[in-house]
Design a protein around this ligand. Structure first.
Ligand SMILES: [Zn+2]
Length: 342
């Protein structure tokens, strides 16, 4: 068996030692390169697109187009708009976020880079939202495995044994728990699609497969009845987990189970609890890590920075601690008169 990737030098192309040495100007150059990658770091106007811009101050640019005259910075209109941290500090924070294989806790990051918990939390949430957005255009072209996992809604054990209930029974489960639906491509490099739903049900699975999986690929699922409807959509192979984890033909859903096991360990070992409100972003974050786990940490850091600088400013996280806050991120069935997605 080959050496584990994380034991090889190829995984550590960028260390915190490297970042500790760079200057603020160098960190700024990283941002410019990631934001204006099409022009190799040369600024262009975010409104009219012209390259005819001039620097007003060290970080502010102005568009020379007579009708536009837009004033902008490297983070204007991106996920990092209205930043208060230095570029170097942000870069190091992104490195810490990318480098943690099972997720990053905000309290830990706040100690590492010396910022308030709230600052670290919002920064990490912005990165999760950015990563979650890659699902919008995700389409998986290889064989896929689909499954759901219930998360959260902890029911505390009563002190006295006679007061305790069987928490495996449906009536004793917490009403707050949610289901993470995951579709994982089998081919190397295939992405993992996730979506948080109220219950593991047919409609949610059907909509996810319809919109994010190619029609001509085989879908592997367990015996849960919510996947029965997928039969009319794609070719299906089922495995009955009450009998075996893999059938004698070799049908299994082990890959998607392995994603859930990583999710579980992220929950238990890093975050201790996921806010159910943001569960969708946490799950998408773990999926991103799963998909990029075989890439060098320098590449992961640059990718994350690039994604954040090419996403519009969050409607939800900008001014979060001033009272702005997203709605629950739970998928809802499209209403009857909603247009079909193209
Ligand atoms: Zn302009």
């Amino acid at each position: 068996m080959g050496q584990h990737f994380l034991l090889s030098p190829d995984c550590r192309t960028l260390t915190v030692m490297d970042l500790a040495r760079i200057t603020e100007a160098k960190a700024y150059a990283w941002f410019k390169q990631a934001r204006w990658f099409k022009t190799e770091g040369k600024p262009y106007c975010p409104d009219c697109g012209t390259l005819r811009c001039y620097g007003m101050t060290r970080s502010r640019f102005k568009c020379s187009d007579g009708a536009c005259k837009k004033v902008f910075t490297v983070t204007s209109g991106t996920a990092f708009a209205f930043r208060k941290l230095s570029f170097k500090k942000m870069l190091i924070a992104i490195w810490f976020a990318a480098n943690s294989v099972k997720g990053k806790a905000a309290l830990q990051l706040s100690r590492e880079i010396g910022v308030q918990f709230k600052t670290a939390w919002v920064l990490l949430m912005k990165l999760r939202e950015v990563v979650a957005a890659r699902r919008e255009t995700m389409r998986i072209d290889s064989e896929v495995e689909i499954d759901g996992k219930y998360i959260g809604g902890h029911v505390r054990k009563k002190n006295k044994a006679e007061d305790r209930v069987d928490r495996r029974l449906k009536e004793n489960r917490s009403p707050d728990r949610l289901c993470a639906l995951a579709i994982r491509g089998r081919a190397p490099g295939s992405p993992t699609f996730t979506r948080v739903i109220q219950n593991e049900d047919g409609e949610a699975a059907w909509a996810a497969v319809r919109d994010h999986v190619s029609r001509d690929v085989t879908v592997y699922a367990d015996e849960h009845s919510s996947y029965d409807d997928l039969l009319g959509l794609n070719r299906m192979k089922r495995v009955n987990h009450s009998e075996a984890y893999a059938t004698k033909e070799g049908y299994n859903t082990n890959l998607v189970e392995s994603f859930f096991s990583r999710l579980e360990r992220s929950y238990v070992g890093i975050h201790h609890r996921f806010s159910m409100k943001y569960l969708d972003w946490y799950v998408a974050d773990v999926a991103w890590r799963e998909d990029f786990r075989g890439r060098a940490n320098g590449f992961q850091t640059k990718t994350l920075l690039g994604l954040a600088l090419n996403r519009p400013t969050s409607r939800f996280l900008c001014g979060y601690w001033q009272g702005n806050c997203p709605p629950d991120l739970i998928w809802e069935k499209p209403k009857k008169d909603d247009p079909e997605p193209s």
